[in-house]
Ligand binder design. Structure first.
Ligand code: NDP
Length: 281
């Protein structure tokens, strides 16, 4: 006999209207015949506490928090996963009878996506950017065994802070390189990641990297998921690089969130199809 009471999950962010995760999660729950909903909520900073208490009061399995709540949410948590503690930001909260645990699945999603094309163990990586996505990617890739992470960022302070964080809190080596003029990718680099917001629709800008230093076989990943094939990835493809879309990171992150909330492995292909369809112009 069908029940009338679904389990609840969702997202707190502002602005929430452009976030396609609801489409991805609801498609995957339906495909797995799980009676679970994902509610996309517009939550301004001053309402985060109310939203968290509401989720606990209603017995939600957990929720995502996105911009601008990824650091503010720390005040409401009872525990944090080790990597989230190093990154200093949380995008996924698990509720167990009112006990809230924070995880950062942005970086985990990236590493899972990266593993489809290369084993990160022992590789030299370059990360363009030092914001929230770059922090999660750099820390999680270092914890996954990368040998070195070079941080290239426009603003020196943020870049230096991230390089110091990786060097101090993970086994990887890390250094900061100022981004003044076209960045020349060192020959030893196995993975180059655009973790800046450059190229997000409708922009067709490309991060300033010397095209000739993008050699055949280099893995080039973009965090920008919309459009899936960014102008940067198109350039990398033309240079013979192996490219990885931001969509892969997003889907793998959603898979991890669902596993943490429900203990179930959902269907990545269903998620990928739902996401691609939601991004069509
Ligand atoms: P932040 O605002 O925290 O960081 C933005 C970064 O981009 C900073 O390092 C900033 O440099 C750099 N940057 C922005 N514009 C320029 C520019 N014109 N020239 C050089 N550097 C620039 O953003 P997030 O880290 O949260 O997000 C970054 C991107 O990652 C977004 O597009 C977001 O949608 C995407 N993302 C994708 C995910 C996925 O699953 N695919 C998950 C999470 C995020 P500076 O420090 O100098 O300002």
């Amino acid at each position: 006999m069908p029940g009338f009471l679904a389990d609840l999950t969702g997202s707190f962010a502002t602005s929430a209207a452009q976030n396609p995760t609801v489409v991805v999660m609801e498609a995957a729950y339906a495909h797995a015949e799980l009676d679970i909903r994902y509610i996309n909520c517009e939550v301004p900073p001053e309402r985060l506490g109310d939203a968290v208490r509401g989720a606990v009061g209603m017995g939600w399995l957990g929720f995502n928090c996105s911009i601008p709540h990824k650091v503010a949410i720390l005040d409401y948590l009872d525990a944090m996963a080790a990597s989230a503690g190093i990154i200093g930001a949380v995008n996924c909260v698990i509720n167990r009878d009112g006990h809230l645990t924070g995880e950062n699945t942005d970086g985990q999603g990236f590493v899972a996506s990266l593993r489809t094309v290369i084993d990160p163990t022992g590789v030299d990586m370059v990360v363009l950017g030092a914001g929230g996505a770059a922090r999660a990617i750099a820390v999680e890739s270092a914890l996954a065994g990368a040998r070195s992470i070079t941080i290239v960022n426009r603003t020196r302070k943020r870049g230096e802070e991230l390089a110091a964080l990786v060097a101090d809190r993970t086994p990887a080596q890390s250094s900061y390189v100022p981004w003044d003029g076209a960045y020349v990718v060192p020959e030893s680099t196995a993975v180059l990641v655009n973790a800046t917001s450059i190229g997000f629709q409708p922009s067709v800008d490309i991060p300033d990297v010397a095209p000739s230093s993008i050699r055949p076989g280099l893995v080039v990943a973009d965090v920008v998921a919309n459009p899936p094939d960014t102008a940067f990835l198109q350039l990398a493809q033309a240079q013979g690089a192996i490219t990885l879309q931001g969509l892969g990171m997003l889907v793998n992150q959603a898979l991890t969130n669902a596993r943490l909330w429900t203990g179930r492995d959902l269907d990545a292909d269903v998620m990928h199809r739902a996401l691609t369809a939601s991004l069509l112009p």
